[in-house]
Ligand binder design. Structure first.
Ligand code: S3P
Length: 171
């Protein structure tokens, strides 16, 4: 446990609805670390909701801002950091995460992702069409990239604490 990884920020990556924030919050409590969420930090730094930001400036601008927010957080003391689903897909952000943190892919099945993403407002990508199709396409495109994470943990439909324990076993 934590062999060689003490002092590094634990960075949770994976698709929307995988449970990064839910697992991250509980993991942080167990490790005695603060929990941060890059989506929340982005909204605080930009003074805008993610949906509004996407609508006004587009996804590329969001990725630039997200990269800066994550770099700043990685420069701080070790925390548990949940990242927005596209963060690890951006090559520069991924490099930064991999060089400074311990990355953990929280992986989940499509039906579970769908169940957990309905009616959530900070996910403009899912409003561009049928959520099942969009998530399916994102799974295809992103899973090979998430697989570059240091640790891979399945999030199933059980209590989040079970996923937390599997993450801790991997650290
Ligand atoms: C995104 C995921 C969202 C948020 C933004 C873009 C993505 O975060 O950053 O809507 O590209 O997958 P969550 O993974 O926390 O929903």
């Amino acid at each position: 446990l934590l062999g060689g990884r003490i002092g590094r920020t634990v960075v949770l990556v994976g698709l929307m609805g995988a449970g990064k924030s839910c697992v991250g919050r509980r993991l942080a409590a167990r490790l005695g670390l603060d929990f941060l969420d890059s989506d929340v930090e982005f909204e605080a730094a930009s003074g805008s909701s993610i949906s509004d930001y996407f609508a006004r400036f587009g996804e590329a601008a969001f990725r630039d801002g997200e990269r800066k927010v994550i770099a700043r957080l990685l420069d701080g003391p070790p925390v548990v950091l949940a990242t927005g689903g596209g963060a690890f897909i951006d090559p520069a952000t991924r490099e930064r995460i991999k060089s400074t943190g311990t990355s953990v892919w929280i992986r989940a099945e499509l039906d579970l992702l769908l169940k957990r993403t309905v009616g959530r407002d900070h996910r403009p990508l899912l409003k561009q069409g049928d959520p099942r199709e969009i998530l399916g396409r994102l799974m295809e495109a992103r899973y090979p990239v998430y697989a570059e994470a240091d640790i891979i943990v399945d999030s199933t439909d059980e209590v989040p604490e079970a996923t937390v324990i599997r993450v801790m076993e991997g650290l």
